[in-house]
Design a protein. Structure first.
Length: 143
């Protein structure tokens, strides 16, 4: 049986979500990230699940388990308590190649963790977002 992702787009208000983020520094970083992502993608943000702010979407099939599939943001972020989780930056080869120039970060399975925006180069981040936004491997486009 196929398994779809549980994190899906919602109608939740992105600004209301960002307004309640704590601590204040994380909220400020989240608001700044929203500006950076909007400028880099030209797209409006959408809440995915309760805590991910996503831009665009594509359909994926897990390379580990082909029965696991679903829609996911091309790129996005979540201002979590411990760190900023940024999605899509390392998914494409050119992004993975540029990632070491970002600054101080840690890698998760599907995201990059940043403690604070001051730790990274915003120009490199913007370029990584643009690369993620350009992905064209959406399985919904294949016939």
């Amino acid at each position: 049986m196929a398994t779809a992702t549980k994190t899906v787009p919602t109608d939740a208000d992105v600004n209301a979500f960002l307004a309640q983020v704590t601590p204040a520094k994380r909220r400020e970083d989240g608001l700044r990230l929203a500006e950076i992502f909007q400028k880099a993608t030209g797209a409006d943000p959408v809440m995915w699940g309760p805590s991910i702010i996503g831009y665009g979407s594509y359909h994926y099939v897990s390379p580990v388990n082909p029965r696991t599939h679903g829609d996911w943001p091309k790129t996005g972020f979540s201002p979590r308590k411990a760190s900023l989780s940024i999605y899509g930056l390392k998914d494409l080869p050119e992004g993975a190649k540029l990632l070491p120039q970002l600054g101080t970060y840690a890698e998760g399975a599907g995201c990059v963790y940043v403690k604070k925006l001051e730790d990274i180069d915003e120009d490199v981040l913007r370029r990584l977002i643009e690369i993620a936004w350009s992905r064209e491997d959406d399985l919904r486009d294949r016939k």
